[in-house]
Design a protein around this ligand. Structure first.
Ligand SMILES: Nc1ncnc2c1ncn2[C@@H]1O[C@H](COP(=O)(O)OP(=O)(O)OP(=O)(O)O)[C@@H](O)[C@H]1O
Ligand SMILES: [Mg+2]
Length: 279
């Protein structure tokens, strides 16, 4: 009973004070985050903040230099993305590795084709499964035989998400899946992030748009120049606060003060002029 409680309380992914250097460039320093089943953890930050470095560590592309990385309570240091995948951590990159001219179902099963006894591809099974898996994620494709290149960017992201779910991912890592999308398409992808969460997956969602992160996120990690400048659960931060943090809150405030100073200075000069103290 107690063991079971511990099991469920154990996050799928947990980073503690993780750091990474590229030569003498410190890309990441003492960054912590976690994601549990049925949760979305968002990683926000400007260009060069360290977002990609962070997810490359989670995805098994890079190894961390300091701190600890745990998967379901066990310390790991993956040598390859394959090792991460074997532990259920699937990463969907922005430039999806799809074959545009191949049908949707071929792309869905790419590299994991279902075969019959004599090695022939079980096309019917793959067509049917692709269709039903996409439907389960709320995507109703008329024809899974159409080339994947004819789908919109948002739909392609969704196929990649559905694929990861089907092949047993426990954790989905999404690197800026909405960055290149319009409002409507971004909405489509956000809906599938919620679908994945509702199916019990943990999602790590990288974005630099707080308006995309806030509605779907349970936790928010803000990175700046490789450091964490905030780690909040939804209950203790509002969208406005998140946006202000992203905009570099304090820097903007300083700027506002400076500008006020300029205006105040001007007003004083005007007053002084009126009083005949200056010319
Ligand atoms: N392979 C590398 N070799 C050397 N420096 C690197 C390497 N990859 C990243 N960096 C540096 O590490 C820092 C963090 O980069 P990273 O790509 O993680 O940022 P990011 O938050 O993903 O930015 P963006 O929003 O532009 O994608 C940057 O200063 C970057 O120049
Ligand atoms: Mg990046």
């Amino acid at each position: 009973m107690t063991t079971e409680k511990i099991e469920t309380a154990r996050p799928l992914v947990r980073l503690d004070e993780v750091g990474k250097n590229y030569g003498n460039i410190i890309a990441l320093r003492e960054v912590s985050l976690e994601v549990s089943p049925g949760e979305v953890t968002c990683v926000l930050g400007d260009n060069g903040a360290g977002k990609s470095t962070l997810i490359k560590i989670v995805a098994g592309l890079h190894r961390h230099d300091t701190g600890t990385y745990q998967v379901e309570g066990e310390a790991v240091s993956f040598a390859s993305p394959r090792e991460a995948l074997d532990r259920g951590i699937a990463t969907v990159y922005q430039d999806l590795a799809v074959v545009p001219l191949m049908p949707v179902w071929r792309n869905f099963f790419l590299g994991s084709e279902k075969r019959k006894t004599f090695g022939l591809m079980d096309i019917e099974f793959m067509r049917r499964t692709t269709k039903s898996e996409l439907l389960a994620m709320g995507i109703d494709l008329r024809d899974v035989d159409q080339p994947i290149g004819t789908l919109s960017g948002g739909e392609r992201q969704c196929v990649a998400i559905a694929r990861a779910v089907y092949f047993g991912a426990k954790v989905l890592v999404l690197d800026e899946p909405t960055a290149a999308l319009g409002v409507k398409q971004a909405g489509v992808v956000l809906r599938y992030i919620v679908q994945a969460r509702e199916r019990g997956l943990g999602v790590i969602f990288i974005t630099h748009n707080p308006h995309h992160a806030y509605p779907v996120g349970d936790r928010f990690l803000l990175l700046k120049r490789g450091r964490s400048i905030g780690y909040h659960s939804k209950g203790d931060i509002t969208l406005d606060e998140l946006t202000a943090l992203m905009a570099g809150g304090s820097e903007l405030e300083e700027l506002a003060h400076e500008l006020q100073g300029v205006t105040a200075g001007k007003e004083l000069t005007e007053e002084a002029k009126k009083l005949g103290l200056t010319d």
